[in-house]
Design a binder for this molecule. Structure first.
Ligand code: CA
Length: 423
């Protein structure tokens, strides 16, 4: 049992009952305000606990942290301290926030300086992402896309149940929640045309994914076993892998996604530690055929975390268009990491590995417009009466995620992004 996860814990900081950020969560992020330069913080209720301030006032003295570890503009150096240290920091923060701990609670000045309203803060990219990999690990999604781009008879390619299929994405275009995305331009080949045309994508889409952040590097030549994998994962965030289906459909053979994917991916700003989501561990689907030994694993490695997608038209109200769950992964994160490194590929702290679109078996659980509209053959009704097959300019896509157990809700906050016209 991780002490900071104890459902019995209560904080002296007010936490609304529907909050994603009770004392049992304590996710890490990077924020700035009008007065404070970028630094690390932890979410609690509707507030941010300023770790730069707390460290400067000696609240972490017993942990012997390096000077300035929290005011570096990203969490990479903090994460690189290793899980033993970062776990101790989370435990110490939990202690300081517990209702019966007076250290910070009764220190009026420190308390007021250390707690910042989320409304006054701007969240920034939490990590410097060196490399980004996107997997393709939800069976329903892979099946649906196989049906739509090929045919239902051969929807899953022969390798799919043997290999956690993935590709190397583009780290430079990963942006934090709230960033706008310009509709990409490129080569499009309408189904009835012989040759491609150049223009703005007409089939703009989101992909509902989760991503994990690497917390421990490896040397070139080393491999990580499924058993060791969790030790290399710092935490998890929600990941919207924006996709232009018309660019993708024309370019993806034979080397896979390229310009249809690399124009932007948005992440939720709080990295929820792997420790915090431990209570939501659940068994995945049984894997048949049997996987090769290096992909075998023990215990429950999937997570029961609800995921929702909303679309808000320009100036309008949002409509929920999907409700999926992280548990619908055929390949779990440990298998993904074991596979990624089995050839000796090295990984670095801050690298990001996304799950691939997470679709459940029911149509309302599909994690992309491509699947929800079945490649534009079905319209999705919006609450304002309008319809969508793909995203329109001005549409804002909002994703959130949360698990609830023992009355405790551990959430991820939101990742939002708005589609603007092409530049
Ligand atoms: Ca993707």
């Amino acid at each position: 049992m991780i002490k900071a996860n104890d459902p019995i814990l209560k904080s002296w900081v007010e936490v609304p009952s529907n909050s994603d950020f009770p004392i049992q969560n304590l996710p890490f992020g990077i924020f700035k305000t009008q007065y404070l330069s970028p630094g690390a913080g932890v979410a609690i209720g509707n507030q941010i606990l300023d770790l730069v301030y707390l460290n400067s006032k000696g609240f972490f003295k017993s942990l012997n942290l390096p000077d300035g570890i929290f005011n570096q503009g990203t969490l990479n150096s903090f994460i690189a301290l290793g899980k033993e240290k970062t776990r101790a920091v989370r435990e110490r923060i939990s202690e300081l926030l517990q209702h019966d701990n007076s250290e910070l609670r009764d220190n009026k000045i420190a308390r007021e300086m250390a707690l910042i309203s989320m409304e006054e803060a701007e969240m920034l990219m939490p990590v410097k992402v060196g490399d980004y990999t996107d997997f393709y690990s939800s069976e329903q999604h892979a099946y649906n896309v196989g049906c739509l781009f090929r045919d239902p008879e051969n929807a899953l390619l022969p390798n799919w149940k043997h290999i956690p299929v993935g590709y190397h994405g583009r780290a430079s275009s990963i942006v934090v929640s709230g960033s706008n995305i310009h509709r990409p331009k490129g080569q499009l080949k309408p189904a009835d045309a012989e040759i491609p045309v150049f223009g703005s994508s007409k089939l703009m889409d989101f992909e509902l994914e989760m991503a994990f952040v690497i917390g421990k590097s490896t040397e070139l030549g080393e491999s990580i076993t499924t058993e060791e994998a969790e030790d290399h994962i710092f935490g998890v965030c929600i990941f919207n892998d924006w996709s232009a289906r018309d660019i993708q459909g024309w370019e993806y053979v034979p080397l896979g996604p390229f310009l249809g994917k690399n124009f932007g991916s948005s992440i939720s700003p709080w990295i929820v530690t792997l420790d915090a989501i431990k209570p939501f561990k659940i068994a995945g689907t049984s894997q048949v055929p049997k996987v090769l030994p290096y992909l075998e694993f023990d215990g429950d490695r999937n997570y029961d975390i609800d995921l929702e997608v909303y679309i808000r038209p320009e100036g309008g109200e949002s409509t929920k268009v999907s409700h999926s769950n992280f548990k619908y992964m055929y390949w779990n994160m440990c298998q993904q990491l074991a596979h990624h490194t089995v050839n000796g590929c090295n990984i670095n702290v801050g690298d990001m590995m996304a799950s691939g679109t997470i679709s459940g078996p029911k149509p309302h659980e599909y994690g992309s417009m491509l699947e929800l509209s079945w490649k534009g053959t079905k319209a999705i009704k919006m609450d304002d009466g309008s319809e969508r097959k793909f995203l329109q300019d001005g549409d804002e896509v909002i994703m959130n995620g949360y698990g609830v157990k023992n009355g405790i809700r551990i959430g991820f906050g939101e990742v939002t992004g708005k589609i603007l016209p092409s530049k």
